[in-house]
Design a protein around this ligand. Structure first.
Ligand code: AMP
Length: 406
């Protein structure tokens, strides 16, 4: 799908030219004991360096821009980009980084006036913000209407790897999908199930499937508007595997991610005496919540992953932020890392699990985009790519390939 999308080489001579680069530096921020905001994980910043380096080596004057968090269209010091700027300056000094794009309502509103303001004084535009390119926001889709434009190296590589999964995956092709929001992921499950040999469904979304099949799921997370879709997917193509057991949390007990406001809250990881957490089979008792896959499911899923020719993993297998329910996600991270086939991990939570376990080096490709990678896999295209394809310097018939594939 990179076909027709201009690459850096298609920008022409950029010596001394001003180039606006949309990056996705929406990174996690933490506070030091002294209260200073700092970047907790610079994976996405490092991922943009090849593009920034190429532009600098070719003499461009670079202005980078990104969003950070959800400030809601107005300036908010809690979301300013100063920690990102500091980290970028450590990694590659001298790059100008604009203030958080989402401080203006024009960014998410795709306001043409905001686009004109952004491109003022710029001669060319590069989109290296793969993780933001599923959004038709001003900085993603606006500049290519006016400026010679290109996909950056990261963007090109992401698209190449992910669409490569759809074109010619080594068999068996196994997809592992988890996370909480079934309605966000049903489309991609449907489209991947048609191509994959097996789809393993874990995490909160599995309970809507289990309920649709008539199982009791207690108080587990569920989306009753999707029972029909889930039942249909189980019938056809019929290659979905669901958890066979769950770790469940007792009624009225809290996860560490939930507020600790009342006295029943015990989500501190200390209540593993068997009264608060128990192992359930396919059915979960009233009031209990399934919040991780159980040991039998870990074995079942890990075996399928171990013999895969290609694995794509997106979404945690449980509420892994609470240490009591992290075992399923960790086990899947280890199984994916141990798979001798081609492995691709996408989605913030799965990537976080992989990096917490120090397994990044054992994964074939770690995507910087969660929602973007799912949309690309579901629809085969993204608004950010379509905008680049319509840029003034694009050649509709070009068969571009990123450098890595040359
Ligand atoms: P998503 O944004 O849909 O990928 O969901 C990610 C979130 O799903 C994580 O924050 C997990 O804590 C949560 N999650 C995973 N499994 C469950 C579960 N069984 N019940 C509730 N939340 C879950």
């Amino acid at each position: 799908m990179i076909r027709g999308v201009p690459l850096l080489e298609d920008l022409g001579d950029i010596e001394g030219k001003h180039v606006l680069v949309r990056v996705d530096f929406n990174v996690p921020i933490t506070k030091t004991p002294a209260g200073e905001r700092v970047v907790a994980d610079d994976f996405r910043i490092r991922a943009a360096l090849p593009t920034l380096t190429w532009l600098r080596e070719h003499g461009a004057e670079i202005t980078a821009c990104t969003h950070l968090g959800r400030p809601g269209g107005k300036p908010d010091p809690a979301f300013d980009v100063s920690p990102v700027r500091a980290r970028l300056d450590d990694l590659m000094p001298g790059i100008k980084l604009l203030e958080n794009l989402r401080f203006s309502p024009g960014e998410e509103g795709n306001d043409p006036e905001f686009v004109l303001e952004l491109i003022k004084g710029q001669d060319a535009y590069v989109n290296d913000a793969f993780g933001s390119s599923h959004r038709a926001h001003a900085s993603v889709v606006g500049p290519p209407k006016y400026l010679p434009s290109a996909a950056g190296r990261l963007m090109a590589r992401e698209v190449e790897v992910l669409t490569g999964l759809l074109d010619a995956p080594a068999k068996p092709f196994v997809v592992v999908i988890g996370g909480a929001k079934v309605k966000d992921k049903l489309g991609v499950v449907r489209s991947l199930a048609a191509r994959a040999d097996t789809v393993l469904v874990g995490g909160g979304m599995a309970y809507t499937f289990l309920r649709a099949l008539g199982h009791s799921i207690g108080a587990s997370i569920v989306d009753p508007t999707r029972f029909e879709d889930c039942a249909e997917l189980m019938r056809s193509p019929g290659n979905l595997l669901l958890p066979v057991d769950s770790k469940a949390l007792a009624p009225d007990r809290k996860l560490s991610t939930e507020s600790q406001g009342d006295s029943s809250g015990t989500g501190d990881g200390s209540d593993t005496d068997g009264t608060d957490v128990k192992l359930c089979g396919l059915d979960i008792p009233d009031g209990w919540r399934g919040v991780d896959i159980g040991p039998a499911t870990i074995v079942l899923f890990s075996d399928v992953v171990a013999s895969a020719g290609t694995v794509l993993w997106n979404g945690p297998m449980g509420v892994f932020e609470d240490e009591r329910f992290a075992a399923g996600t960790k086990a899947i991270a280890e199984a994916v890392a141990g798979c001798p086939g081609r492995t691709v991990v996408g989605g913030g939570d799965s990537v976080a699990a992989v990096s917490q376990l120090g397994l990044e080096d054992k994964i074939g490709f770690v995507s910087t985009g969660g929602g973007a990678s799912l949309e690309l896999l579901e629809f085969g295209d993204l608004p950010g790519l379509a905008a680049l394809r319509a840029a003034p310097n694009a050649r509709p018939d070009s068969h571009n390939e990123p450098e890595a594939a040359r």
